[in-house]
Design a protein around this ligand. Sequence first.
Ligand code: GDP
Length: 703
Amino acid sequence: MRVHDLARELNLSSKELMLRLAGMGIPVSNHAASLTLDQVRQVRDKLGAPAIPTTRFARAVDILPPRPSAAPPPIPESPLPSPPPEVPPVATETSAPAEVGPGSATAGAPARTIFTAHPQIVVKEFAAQMGVKPNILIAELMRMNVFATINDKIDIKVARRLAEKRGFTIEIEHKPAEPPKSPPPKAKKIEAPEQRPDELLPRPPVVTFMGHVDHGKTSLLDRIRQTRVAEGEAGGITQHIGAYMVTVNDKEITFIDTPGHAAFTAMRARGANLTDIAVIVISAEEGIKEQTREAIQHARAAGVAIMVAINKIDLPNADVRRVMNDLQKEGLAPEEYGGQTIVCPVSAKTGEGVDHLLEMILLQAEIMELKAAPRRRAEGFVVEANLEPGRGPVATVLVKNGTLQVGDAMVCGDHWGRVKALINDRGVKVRTAGPSHAVQCLGLNAVPEAGARFEVVGSDREAREISEQRLEARRLGQLQQTRRGVTLEDLLHAPEGSNVRELNIVLKTDVQGTLEAIRQALSEIRSEKVTLRIPLFGVGNITLNDVLLAKASGAIIFGFHVSADEGVAKAAKREGVEIRFYTIIYELVEDARRAMAGLLEPIVRETVIGQLEVKQVFELSRKGTVAGCIVRSGRITSRSRVRVRRRGEVLFQGTVASLRRFQNDATEVREGQECGVRVEGFSAFQPGDMIEAYEVQRIAQQL
Ligand code: GDP
């Protein structure tokens, strides 16, 4: 505990306390000096506890001796009745009436203590511990702008305010088994042995239809399903499970129900990359519309393969050529035009071209060489999930790798379960589901979120433990995001051979003219080290959608003469997405160029960490001169760099050759302590010289 903390507790100024400490034979150099537990106890015994103990929180880690002797801090000089001698683990019974009005704490209510093991407390329990009706507490919380139900948890800070009004103190429970400041439980990671290339076998592609509303996504999916079922596939009526498999020429394709574009990207941003191929559906009659462009952007940002189905070719006004021309303008040049994009004219109504589309999907999949290891424990993502009466939580899961089997223990998001049954898209119970297969899975203990990741683990126990740890970590707000945006720092520090060799930019500008000019200028940058991609560009302010897309594609957002919508900065911070604003095209392009070329020299930052005064000089025959010093402020470490100053003037600059304290090598010596310092290459010390210890950090320059 530090001097100033104890001073505050004792209602003294730091200076006063320091004087008293000196009188007690505990000299300290300054108000930030640390006191040992014993010293704190000694001082408390002598100087007494706070005058109004009820208004203070005792932090067990600072004040309390470890349990079982855990008790409220001593209040020796309190004129009030003493607290109850026994403190039960949950709440302290009070010797005062349960309801004590505001201000009564100072008017003489006894110190009453509530223990809580966590930095949050459930309203119901809290009310019970204080002997207050929960609805009274809820009403009070509302007045504090905290809207909580009886089962909600409230923050300890809020609880403290309510407790203090009633003359309670809250103490964080001290668990003897753990060290006082043990880090909170980290969500356990599941370690799987590394995958060997020879385990990998081809797997079916996972496909999503995207595009403008009413251009025929649903109809196309229905047509594909009906045709395949009508052709005599096993099973009967297709079930709605959010994903469907069809077989074409003995090869399978999995279709995932069209999610909204934002949902698609949100899942992707969380790391749930369900889809391999996005088929952009465009009406041959209406052509490319706003949501078509949006779909293209989202698919690009997700980095999935893009194909195009030009639908409704049965209509008299269908104009396939026009759509192809427009696709070219959108940067999706059709193969027919010498481009890379597979474009298939189809009619969901007549079925024309649908088989060709399926064959082309298989061809695209072949090019992508999609592979997985079917003999491994399964892992994948939740496509959709809900609670069904009589069946419990039902989740449609897409297996990305391995094979899922009935009886497997799995962790799914924060939940867990043992697979009771697997049901495919035709309502047939199956025992296993291999890579790219989507099945309904029964047996989870709760409904997971769409996009949640699942992994099979060794046993039910392990699954439950991991789930519990994750829930705990989430409750404490410490679960790491599965993925965060890429910053320039990542780019510059990417190890050789790593895949962060791409600078992805989301570009937003004020007008079309500047957009074109900047894109043109960026496209002219040549770099051997980094490729530049602009997965999303457009005119207008930076929106939440841009942040989401930037995260999904690991992009940095460059805004030119634009601002950010409300809430964008916060979201960007949360998602780890970097936003940079420019008003001069040259600067924007120059930043991108320097980043790509990796030319940014790291900034060298120097931080002075301590000042030492040379008190005595010792000449050692063999090892040179040692300066006997006292650390006047800060600290010095054996790895510090140092400057020797005499009357302010720098005599020498170098590194510490050795740092010793009481004959022993020391790694660090702190304020108020004495030490012996040898400086590499310097021996002309004189008493009164000052040694300045500093550290040098190399920081990669931000754009
Ligand atoms: P979605 O919003 O993209 O899922 O579009 P839908 O599949 O719901 O289709 C919208 C409308 O277009 C419906 O009335 C369909 O019957 C019609 N439609 C879809 N595909 C075709 C097609 O190939 N030809 C014709 N003539 N109409 C179609």
